[in-house]
Design a protein around this ligand. Structure first.
Ligand SMILES: [Zn+2]
Ligand SMILES: [Zn+2]
Length: 177
């Protein structure tokens, strides 16, 4: 699970966290962790305390804030806020068969490991590929965060579904007019 490129697993983890429904209590958030436990060192506690769930919700909101920022200065500011919450401790691993770096501290809590992984992940994404790479879906009833992997950075929707739904709606609106 590495950090390279815009479709890297660490970027996916950040997007999944930003789009997870943190208003749901307990079970759903613990399920999110269990589904991403490849990022956590063995024997990490996956059942969070209420205060830890709230903390994870804050981190999710901070990723969303980076995606929502409309200029480079704001992206820098919000990324630095997120990095300030992280506790990087780079280490080399071959847990999935290939040599690569992990940034989270071994044997720290799940929230600490996830926070550091997503903070470093989206920082490397933005510094390597530009501050406009993260966005929020333009469909009227969708607020999902996405990563723009298109060459000329023209993406406006989180998915093909939202994109076609929006073009159908625009077509109907034009017909009505
Ligand atoms: Zn890994
Ligand atoms: Zn969408």
């Amino acid at each position: 699970m590495d950090y390279e490129g815009y479709t890297s697993p660490s970027t996916e983890l950040a997007i999944d966290l930003a789009n997870a429904d943190m208003s749901q209590q307990g079970a759903a958030i613990d399920a999110f962790l269990a589904a991403h436990d490849e990022w956590l060192t063995p024997r990490t506690r996956l059942t969070l305390r209420p205060v830890e769930r709230a903390e994870l919700g804050t981190v999710a909101a901070m990723i969303r804030a980076v995606a929502a920022a409309e200029d480079e200065e704001t992206v820098i500011e919000r990324l630095n806020d997120l990095l300030a919450k992280s506790t990087p401790h780079p280490r080399v691993t071959n847990h999935d068969g290939g040599l690569h770096v992990h940034y989270s501290r071994d044997r720290s809590t799940a929230v600490e490991q996830i926070t550091t992984t997503v903070a470093v992940g989206i920082t490397l994404l933005v510094t390597a590929h530009g501050w406009t790479r993260l966005g929020i879906c333009s469909a009227t009833d969708c607020q999902d965060v996405y990563v723009d992997t298109s060459r000329n950075q023209t993406r406006r929707f989180c998915s093909g579904t939202c994109s076609s739904r929006s073009s159908v709606a625009a077509f109907r609106a034009r017909q009505k007019a």
